[in-house]
Structures are given as structure tokens and as C-alpha cells.
Design a protein around this ligand. Structure first.
Ligand SMILES: Nc1ncnc2c1ncn2[C@@H]1O[C@H](COP(=O)(O)OP(=O)(O)OP(=O)(O)O)[C@@H](O)[C@H]1O
Ligand SMILES: [Mg+2]
Length: 274
């Protein structure tokens, strides 16, 4: 088992934000987590990354006892599972390439960090990664001068600088317009396919989950209420996940990305995606 999650629970006072969540992942997959606001999606991702301590349960990745890691081992784990956020979390006034180089912070000395010294090889690598994401020409600009979609790609580049085994993305496209949302999701999917990195993304729209994910996990009130393929995610199942009645409309949780040949579909059909 690559990743195993057993009875992971997070309690805030009387509120069980995440309630005995269990699932296993055999090989690097592109997993989407959906569910209404407050279902526990962000809390769950933050426990994997150890930004939040779990109240109970166990997480193992390649045999590593994730929830038991301390000190340097914990930091090493945090660089193995890079996190991407809805609000990009870049340093707005800093140039793009420096933002990307921040992805190497956890393995640099305090001295080098203080004086902003980066090895030339790292700078070249940062630019190569930006190039791969189609934004190399933005490298000298301040992060704040970029569009949302470009900023999120900088955040992905920063994550890749860590050479992570897992990319955890918390609503990575919730602040983007449909076109930029598609560019960012395409980039994540391509990284997953080309590098074999696992992606776990909290997604706020059903159609994105269906289009890009190999597997979708539905959460409701802290629990997993659905775990299956996009094909199994019918309107009825979705209604149940979101706790909606018959008036539930798929488009209410849907972005307006319209294109038929999704990367996930192409990938299932064995077509290489670029
Ligand atoms: N630091 C905290 N202290 C207390 N309660 C919290 C804290 N963080 C989250 N919660 C609560 O835990 C529950 C799950 O929150 P979480 O942010 O994980 O949900 P979510 O599924 O990510 O929602 P959204 O779609 O709005 O991002 C909610 O009831 C929330 O109020
Ligand atoms: Mg959230």
C-alpha cells in the first residue's frame, strides 16, 4: 500500500471535523475530495501534511508512520508532500523565480536563507520548472503582477522545486476564472502523469472532479460517504454527498469549463496528454 489512512479523526471542541476517515491508495493516483463547506476537506489535507495534528488515527506512506514523525523527519515529510492553496500563498512583492526558490527553503542553511543565496543549479532548475509550466518569461516579474492562473502555476512550480511525492491541493482553482482553472488543472494532471506524483485535490466543483480525477472521495460531516470512480459519481450520489434535495442542480457546483476531451478521459484511453 502506497498510502493508508486509518480512522483519522480531528475533533475541535465538540465538533468532529474529520470523523474516522479510512482509505487506501495502491499506486500514485489523482484523487479528488468533494463535499460541501465544512465537510472537513481542508482539515483532512492539513493532517496529511502535518499542518494540523490529528486527534486520532494513523496515516502511513510507503510504510512511514506520518502522524508519528517529529523534528527533521517531520520536515522531510512536509517537503515530500507539497501543499497548494486557493490563495496561492506567494510573496506578492517578490519576483517569481525567488518565490519558486522558496520551495527549497527546508533544505537550505539559515545563513543561505538569510542572505538570499541560492545555488546556480537551483536557479536553473526553477526556470526549467517555470518553462515546463509555460511561464518562464514571467520569471523576473513580481508575483503580484501575474494573473491568478499564472500565480497558481508559480505556486505549483514552488511545490515541484521540493520534488514532492504527493501534491496536496486545497481548492486550487476556487479563485480562478474557468479558463485559468482549466490551465491549472491541466498542469496538475500532466505533472501527475509525467512524473508519477500522487495528487490529492479538494475540489469545489463536481465537473472538475469528474474530469480530472481517477478516484473521487466524497465527504459529508467529516465522514467519507462516497469513494469511487468518476463514472460512479452519479447525480444521485452527488446529491447525497452535498446533502441536497431533489432541487439539487449539478451546475450549482459546476464551473463553466467546456471541452469534451478531458485529460483524465484521454489518459484512461491511453492517450498521452500535453
Ligand atoms: N482551527 C479550527 N478551529 C475550530 N474549528 C475548526 C477549525 N478548522 C476547521 N474547523 C471546523 O471543522 C469543520 C471542517 O472544516 P474544514 O475547513 O476542514 O471544511 P472544508 O470541507 O474544507 O470546508 P470549505 O469547503 O468551506 O473549505 C468545520 O465545522 C469548521 O468550522
Ligand atoms: Mg476547505
Amino acid at each position: 500500500m502506497l498510502l493508508s489512512v486509518e480512522n483519522v479523526t480531528k475533533v475541535f471542541g465538540a465538533n468532529r471535523a474529520v470523523d474516522r476517515v479510512s482509505f487506501g491508495v495502491e499506486r500514485p493516483a489523482f484523487i479528488g475530495i468533494i463535499g460541501r463547506s465544512g465537510a472537513g476537506k481542508s482539515t483532512f489535507l492539513r493532517m496529511i501534511n502535518r499542518l494540523t495534528d490529528a486527534t486520532d488515527g494513523a496515516i502511513h506512506f510507503r510504510g512511514r508512520n506520518v502522524l508519528g514523525l517529529k523534528g527533521a523527519e517531520k520536515r522531510s515529510w512536509q517537503s515530500d508532500c507539497a501543499m497548494i492553496f486557493q490563495q496561492f500563498n506567494l510573496v506578492p512583492r517578490m519576483d517569481v523565480v525567488s518565490n519558486v526558490l522558496h520551495g527549497t527553503l527546508n533544505r537550505r542553511s539559515a545563513f543561505a536563507t538569510f542572505f538570499n543565496l541560492y545555488p546556480t543549479a537551483d536557479i536553473h532548475r526553477a526556470i526549467d520548472i517555470l518553462d515546463r509550466l509555460g511561464i518562464a518569461e514571467q520569471a523576473p516579474k513580481r508575483a503580484e503582477a501575474l494573473s491568478g492562473g499564472q500565480q497558481q502555476r508559480v505556486a505549483i512550480a514552488r511545490a515541484l522545486m521540493q520534488d514532492p511525492q504527493i501534491i496536496l491541493a486545497d481548492e486550487p482553482i476556487a479563485s480562478l476564472d474557468p479558463m485559468n482553472a482549466q490551465v491549472v488543472m491541466d498542469a496538475l494532471r500532466r505533472i501527475h502523469e509525467e512524473d508519477g506524483r500522487m495528487v490529492i485535490a479538494n475540489l469545489h466543483t463536481l465537473d472538475t472532479a469528474r474530469r480530472y480525477c481517477d478516484r473521487v472521495i466524497g465527504m459529508r460531516e467529516g465522514r467519507i460517504v462516497f469513494d469511487g470512480t468518476p463514472d460512479q459519481l452519479t447525480t444521485g450520489v452527488a446529491r447525497d454527498i452535498y446533502g441536497a434535495d431533489e432541487t439539487f442542480s449539478e451546475t450549482a457546483t459546476s464551473t463553466a469549463i467546456h471541452h469534451l476531451d478531458s485529460p483524465a478521459e484521454k489518459s484512461r484511453a491511453g492517450v498521452k496528454v500535453h
